[in-house]
Design a protein around this ligand. Sequence first.
Ligand code: SF4
Ligand code: SF4
Length: 431
Amino acid sequence: MKTEFTSDQRTNPIIQAIEENLRKCVHCGFCLSACPTYSVLGDERDSPRGRIYLIKDMLEQGGAPNPEIVTHVDRCLSCLACMSACPSGVHYQHYIDHARAYVEEHHQRPWFDSVLRAALAIVLPYAGRFRLALRLAKFAQPVAFILGSQLAAMINMAPANIQKPTLPDGSQIYPAEGQRKKRVALLLGCAQKVLRPSINEATIRLLTRLGCEVVVSNDVGCCGALTHHLGKDDAARDFAQANIDAWQSEIDGEGLDAIVINAAGCGTEVKDYAYLFKEDPAYRELAQKISDLTKDISEIVADLELPSAAVIHLPAVVYHDACSLMHGQGITVAPRQQLQSVGFDVAEIPGRHYCCGSAGSYNLLQPEMAGQLKDQRIGGLDDVLSENGAQILATGNIGCLVQLASGTDIPIVHTVELLDWATGGPRPDNL
Ligand code: SF4
Ligand code: SF4
């Protein structure tokens, strides 16, 4: 793709990287059919190729972006299906991340939008604030309709049961059962801790059962993905820096074999810390080390030996690929294999490469598109369930789990909860 950045713009290393990336795009359009927003809207400006052009124009021209471009940037889910589809290796993730940061810096949003985004950035990444916000939302549900459709949609997403924290406060070390094979740090996440604490409990039980000593540091917080996807890069870097410092201090102490992440969206973010700090000489190498050590839970389980199933009759499962796991980290086989190896039959959802509409805070900011994608994903599920006798939906990301749970009565669990149950843990309480 031909670019027209000025020589002055080309002195900026970020523009240099973007230009190099853009030159890989050969306009072939293979990415279009992979894009969920293009599939729904049929508008090239809501496709990856269309957005690439719009963002290129925005960056070349500089200054305040055209609001129309902002609309199409905002509608992108960052699901990265286009990256999996692209034969030329265009790195869309870094491109859209930069576009969001550019919009955040140069565009004056309508006041409601600005306030909403600021509120999400200061609430969602903090478990205590998020729990309080959910309680208030539950209280407001009966009168939510008077607050306008977007706010009402957000308030109505608050779950019926808001659970209390179940893991002890502060830094913890969970010893390995039997001989220690690995020492790993676990990221508990922020939203996940509040929405489904059983996922972290199951992860700790499974990892310790498989021979890992699990370290949870109180100084590790949100991975930064929520603010990063809002274009608030400085805030994302602050979260990332605190996490890097905390994990580095564990590495300097007793050492770490891996940093384990059980929320696919967070895993994709931490694996990209190296890029986030690319221009920061003080953190570049540390960030690279942390990204290299980071593994999705399915990757660390693959390195260990899963025991045979402790439960005899396990139900069949439909597996939903989280975009951040499938497209962001290229992990599709391991979770299925692990479920099968402990005795679950695994069935597929049609159109598995399409996003369910969760995408971080996307379902809060773009509820209409998110709702259509959820309906698309859930439609056809009944056929799969009746064909395969499946009774459970499993996924590797809390965002997808909450999004899909709001559209179906089928019980939804994290894959790790099933692996834990099958190998000696308790049956997930919603099954
Ligand atoms: S990230 Fe997803 S929604 Fe955005 S352009 Fe790519 S495929 Fe489309
Ligand atoms: S598939 Fe890749 S090369 Fe082809 S149009 Fe899309 S981004 Fe460009």
